[in-house]
Write a protein that binds this ligand. Sequence first.
Ligand code: IPD
Ligand code: CA
Ligand code: CA
Length: 266
Amino acid sequence: MHPILNVAIIAAKEAGEFIINELENVGQLKIEVKGRNDYVSEIDKIAEQIIIKAIRKYYPDHNILAEESGKHTTTSSFEWIIDPLDGTTNFLHQLPHFSISIAVKEKGKLMHGVIFDPSKNELFSASRGNGAKLNNYKIRVSGQKKLQNSLLATGFPYHDFDYVDAYLSSFKEFMLQTSGLRRAGSAALDLAYVACGRVDGFWEFNLKPWDIAAGALIVTEAGGIVTDFTGDDNFLKSGNIIAANPKMLQNMAKVISATVPKKLRL
Ligand code: IPD
Ligand code: CA
Ligand code: CA
């Protein structure tokens, strides 16, 4: 295993253990509101510090982009992208479906990704060129080719409501054409589930790089494709993302083009 991936796994597991131990204390937590329906607890912040400390022990000079503390800029060609708790709303409701997501870029290219679900003890990981794993087993995207019979994951807009109408048009079409849609509440785990074939595809609008960086690499290393809504690979910037196996992605992209106005696809 690549040493950087190893450190990412150590960091994700340390944070995961902390978060899971705090699940029973949710009622006593200090919770801040970052924006409409956008919550952060002291747990998100402490988990992030645990991850940064673990990284700094081995790589004191790497860049870090972390959801709660922002950018820690250096001159290194490496950048760690961290979501210390993806699925905070689930966590705050003691709904055990959330994750820690850590990605590493080198010279702007995604090289390593880890997503850890501490409630199920599931660790999804990938390094570029080495395939993707769930715990110690290799994983692959599903072989489902048609929307009909497929199960898709998605996330609802919940703070930027400019996207609601466009989102609902795509949602309606996917609802009519597939056999089911799931909104589980952690974009990182949605991508991990695409990678291991539990769902056949995922789409969401307006995400942040820390929600999707690790998952995007894990999906591609599992044989899938990840694009933005224009068919390009600009999803970390635009935040609009489709992930699936190649044939399913084509079918999903057609639905997005037909239902989402061009200006919201960029
Ligand atoms: C959120 C989750 C959710 C997605 C949101 C994200 P957070 O991340 O990934 O599934 O729908 O858009 O912001 O705030 O829990 O880290
Ligand atoms: Ca997130
Ligand atoms: Ca988060």
